[in-house]
Design a binder for this molecule. Structure first.
Ligand code: BGC
Length: 762
């Protein structure tokens, strides 16, 4: 029962309903099944499986329109992506399984990177929850929804470490830290893939962008990466490896060069590291059109680039038409062998097998699930809860927040009354009619208790050209009125209110792919609005929307209360109201440093010491020391930072021993108390520093954290059991080792305010 023509599919389905099941992945049965299927495939059909054309439905890259239905029937596509709607997907799947010669089912991909129709905060925001169970739950919800719409493959998690907020795609990842990034990568893979991808609501994940995409020079998208292997292994590789160790089914290579060779055809990266060192056994898909871009980098033209990409370990070509257009000729010319092609085909067929598509090609095509499973009240509740946890309270002078639900609240700003901007980047399946704006959330929260007064106040930018560039997907919300008129209206509204909430920052498309920025301060017209609102003398709360850490130095000096809300997703308005009006205590902590100014970039907490560090108590510039003349070394708000409405006190910090023996452990513990008057969550962080090693080690590295809930007056002791495993790093020979000597362990509420103890590794 291996032939999969139209009749056979019916036979397969009949067999399934009669109780026959295909064996688990990795089994001899799978190998035998695929071998027999491949024996029946022509060269064209094999190359067809390696081809991933875009659908004509939602265009996410530099558009290459494809006549997808025809290609599917001709067996010229292994899958497609970004098609929305269960019926449309079912029809495509039907064409593949019932109209193509061999009836091989399709992979149906989509960029579901922070939810399908129930949209969660952008991944950078999600990471600020430090809530691994919550992040896994969000990926589970996303998997339930996308699978109900026929999608069986998500291009997520995006785990690129980034220390450069000029890069707009920082929004899609989990910030600057390899340890936290790794834990999040695993949680997301677990959430998407479930136990084994066998259930109809479990989908295949695709970790991306392999590798180092977040280190593009100057944060300019698609730009060059040049990095030592020492840094790759210690700082940038860990989250990709964590996803592989968690069993991710596929990997997407990145657009960038890595030391002169594009990732897409980088044999060292895709074969030596990924396949041999990490033992990855899934398939590799290229990023959008990146085989075609090899020539533009100044390397080989499409036919040669396709050969090299295949030989390096790229199995599936997204949108270059490189494999589909040139590989057959290269085979005839002896530039690739049949085995090279077969290797890639097998990996893709294995993925389909593991997803259970040969067992039941319509596994994800039960149309009734689409109406029952998407944007449900239960899913929205999860999104609202997690969005509220993602907000980072940066300043709260005089406890302006939370606001009382009484009197008149002026809600002012370009982000105050827009639903579609709440989703943030890469929300391709979002329904823009289903989003809760801040205004809607406030009005519901205050109904019958207080009045919400609204004015837009300003556009995003004064310059319409700049504003258009930040609305690349056409969700412009520009108000044609002159700046003065918008401002006058806002001041009139403000004059009537007791308190002002200013909803300011980036538009949804100011960050994301192709949205690099060099100036990260609040745009001109918004700053003028904010200054005018502050000049009224009324209390002002600033909600900062952003897809990256922005520069908030002026605001930190002038605005009494600031909360970074990222892009909170479909439940934005309610989640923001929950925190602003005190139903939920803020608990998010930064996962990327917020720079003091753009010139500090890259600025990150886990840097090296240098031979001439600035002395810790120096308050001004030190000559011949590693520091700036005109700015501090430290960011404005450090990694791990975030305030609460209650107070947490760190008490007793101790180690149970001061010598760690090989094979043994040392336990560090710290007692944290809620000494304020509200129930709240605290993220307790532990860092380690290796004081002397064969290569330089960072001044501190996050190694453990716990998110705890404490009622007023309650205390908890949080422990971190340290084993030699926690002390390992890649040395100059790239061996993963723990070297004996002195270590410092630190605990505290963020990467700056830490208590320190020492122990020795024998
Ligand atoms: C992006 C990927 C995305 C792909 C498909 C590319 O432009 O870099 O992250 O998965 O398009 O939409």
């Amino acid at each position: 029962m291996i032939a999969l023509g139209r009749k056979t599919v019916l036979a397969v389905c009949a067999a399934v309903s009669a109780g026959a099941v295909f064996a688990a992945s990795g089994s001899e049965e799978m190998d035998a099944f695929i071998t027999k299927l491949m024996d029946r495939m022509t060269v064209d059909e094999k190359i067809g499986q390696l081809n991933l054309p875009a659908s004509d439905d939602i265009v996410t890259g530099q558009s290459i329109k494809s006549n997808i239905g025809k290609a599917v029937v001709a067996g010229e596509a292994g899958g497609t992506f970004n098609v929305k709607g269960a019926a449309k997907v079912r029809e495509l799947q039907r064409l593949a399984v019932e109209e193509s010669r061999l009836g091989i089912p399709l992979l149906i991909g989509m960029d579901v990177i922070h939810g399908y129709e129930t949209v969660f905060p952008i991944p950078l925001g999600m990471s600020c929850t430090w809530n691994l169970a919550g992040i896994e739950e969000s990926s589970r919800v996303a998997a339930e929804e996308m699978s109900a719409a026929g999608v069986n493959w998500t291009f997520s998690p995006m785990v690129d470490i980034c220390r450069d907020p000029r890069w707009g795609r920082m929004a899609e990842g989990s910030g600057e830290d390899p340890y936290l990034g790794s834990r999040i990568a695993e949680a997301m893979v677990r959430g998407y893939q479930g136990k084994d991808m066998c259930r109809h609501d479990e989908v295949m994940a695709c970790v991306k962008h392999f590798a180092l995409y977040g280190a593009s020079e100057a944060g300019r998208d698609y730009n060059t990466v040049d990095m030592s292997k020492f840094r790759m292994y210690n700082e940038y590789f860990p989250p990709y490896k964590a996803a592989v160790d968690a069993g991710v089914g596929s990997v997407m290579s990145s657009f960038n060069l890595i030391n002169g060779i594009p990732a897409t055809e980088n044999k060292w990266l895709l074969d030596d590291v990924l396949r041999h060192q990490w033992r990855f056994d899934g398939f590799v898909v290229t990023d959008y059109g990146s085989i075609g871009e090899i020539a533009v980098h100044g390397l080989e033209s499409l036919p040669e680039a396709s050969v090299n990409a295949l030989l390096a370990g790229s199995d599936m070509d997204m949108c270059s038409n490189g494999f589909s257009g040139t590989l057959k000729k290269s085979l005839e010319e002896g530039k690739v062998s049949m085995e090279d092609i077969d290797r890639a085909v097998r990996r893709i067929l294995e993925a389909k097998y593991k997803l259970g598509l040969f067992n039941d090609p319509y596994k994800y095509n039960d149309l009734s699930r689409e109406t029952e499973m998407i944007y449900t009240a239960a899913h929205r509740e999860v999104a609202r809860r997690l969005a509220a946890q993602s907000f980072v309270l940066l300043k709260n002078e005089g406890s302006v927040l939370p606001l009382a639900k009484k009197g008149k609240v002026a809600l002012i700003g370009p982000l105050a009354d827009t639903g579609s901007n709440m989703f943030g980047t890469w929300s391709v399946a979002a329904d823009h009619s289903k989003c809760r704006s801040v205004r809607a959330g406030f009005e519901d929260a205050l109904r019958g208790k207080a009045e919400v007064l609204y004015a837009k106040g300003s556009n995003l930018y004064a310059d319409p050209v700049l504003e258009a560039a930040c609305s690349v997907f056409g969700h412009s919300m520009r108000d044609p009125r002159p700046e003065e008129e918008l401002l006058a209206e806002a001041l009139e509204v403000a004059a009537k209110a007791d308190v002002i909430v200013a909803a300011l920052g980036e538009g949804a498309e100011s960050s994301g792919e192709s949205s690099s920025r060099t100036v990260l301060t609040l745009p001109d017209t918004q700053r003028r609005l904010l200054e005018a609102l502050l000049a009224t003398g009324k209390p002002v709360v600033m909600l900062n929307f952003s897809g990256r850490p922005t520069v908030m130095t002026w605001e930190s000096e002038h605005v009494p209360a600031i909360m970074n809300v990222w892009f909170p997703g479909s439940e934005a308005g309610d989640a923001i109201a929950d925190v602003v009006f005190g139903d939920v205590c803020p608990s998010g902590k930064l996962t990327a440093s917020m720079p003091y100014n753009e010139g500090q970039i890259p600025v990150y907490y886990n840097h090296f010491n240098t031979g001439r560090p600035k002395s810790p108590d120096a308050t001004s510039f030190q000559q011949y020391r590693s520091n700036f003349i005109d700015a501090p070394n430290e960011p404005l708000y450090p990694f791990g930072f975030g305030l609460s409405y209650t107070d947490f006190t760190y008490g007793d910090f101790k180690l149970d021993k001061d010598v760690l023996k090989p094979g043994g452990c040392v336990t560090a513990s710290v007692t944290v108390s809620n000494t304020g008057s509200r129930k709240g969550d605290e993220i307790v962080q532990f860092y380690i520093r290796d004081m002397k090693a064969s290569v330089a080690r960072p001044v501190k590295e996050l190694k453990h954290f716990e998110r705890i809930s404490l009622a007023p007056g309650e205390s908890k002791t949080v422990s971190f059991t340290i084993t030699p495993e926690n002390l390992k790093f890649y040395n100059s020979a790239l061996e993963y080792v723990a070297e004996p000597g002195e270590f410092r362990v630190m605990a505290g509420p963020d990467s700056r305010r830490l208590r320190t103890l020492s122990f020795t590794l024998e």
